[in-house]
Design a protein around this ligand. Sequence first.
Ligand SMILES: C[S@@+](CC[C@H](N)C(=O)[O-])C[C@H]1O[C@@H](n2cnc3c(N)ncnc32)[C@H](O)[C@@H]1O
Ligand code: SF4
Length: 396
Amino acid sequence: MHLPFCESLCTYCACNTRITRNHTVERPYILSLLKEWRHYCDIFGTRPLIRELHLGGGTPTFFTPDNLRWLIQTLLEDADIHPDRHFSFEGHPNNTTIEHLQVLHELGFDRVSFGVQDLDLRVQQAIHRVQPLENVKEAIGNARRIGYKSVGIDLIYGLPHQTPFSVSDTMDQVLALRPDRVAFYSYAHVPWLKPGQRGYENTDLPSPFLKRHFYEIGKHKLCNNGYSDIGMDHFALPSDELFKAHVAGNLHRNFMGYTTTSTELLIGLGTSAISDSGYAYAQNEKTVEHYHQAIAQHGSAVTKGHILAGKDALIRKSILQLSCRGELDLRLLQQLETPEISLALHQMEEEGLLYRTDQGITITHTGHPFIRNICSVFDPYYQAQDRTEATFSKAI
Ligand SMILES: C[S@@+](CC[C@H](N)C(=O)[O-])C[C@H]1O[C@@H](n2cnc3c(N)ncnc32)[C@H](O)[C@@H]1O
Ligand code: SF4
């Protein structure tokens, strides 16, 4: 469920957001979300069984605890809840109150991830997100006392003014808080989509070489302190469910990142939300106004989609195998391999990123940070893009 509102814009942000200090937007937005959910329930015919629920943003904690209670309680009235359910949300440490944490926990939420990004003041000023360590400590402490089973922290490398020293220092402070999970994201620089990123100069950003070095600094510290590299950008302690799923080979990935369960159907509610039926994707209207309008008129805000045709399902499966297990089985490889794919794989093998066996492909330790690049070899849509135009952010 996408809750797009934030009180102020963090200039690096690549998410779909609406910046406002006007909290009267909360009620109408919840009414549209509930109407959209009602529309889906009518289509299902039978009561849905909810296994996972994730509140993302924007800033879910922009909403008052009472409004979040109203939203979730009403939504769950129309559904059964799986006994092994996992409900999670993204919290901004600057505005996640003890009441937010308490109310959501009472409603069944047991996982929270806090956006921290960087703890260096100069970096925080450049990204317009001044956030003292004390706020982070307090939010994490409250979540733990209330009983959240998994408390995560999001960090980004490649932000303006980061230095090897500042990245190392941020990581030390984060490690002292002992989060169960750390997402260590590569900064996605897409100023043609997010003009806020023009708030700093290109010269304030690290070179790709330095950015890569930041990643190595962070990864080294995490792995030396008991965290395991789960896959693209994600690290977890052995006690965390994500780590256990990784070891058991049950890791799955959807639009929100890695998950511990693979659900048959993912329904995205709210602006820009993406749904996945297993054989098709559908995305909602991206602006709040268009979303409200579409829901008022049709009950649905789906504006575009993609039906998995031809080899799409195989491509998706291969990318999931590579990103969740670091492997690709031979049968799948044989079904997809073209001379271009063979050449790209050969080059990656020469560079030590992967090796081929009778069973298929295995990504090496060196290749792990390049999983995105390896997956992209199998993605004809990515390969076919016009390289003269900026479309995607760089993997590094
Ligand atoms: C919806 S946001 C976070 C929730 C909450 N609004 C907050 O800021 O704490 C989810 C995460 O996406 C990541 N993110 C946002 N913009 C990014 C960018 N340009 N590059 C890489 N990661 C980004 C951040 O780590 C952020 O915590
Ligand atoms: S990083 Fe979070 S709080 Fe900042 S603008 Fe993006 S979604 Fe909003």
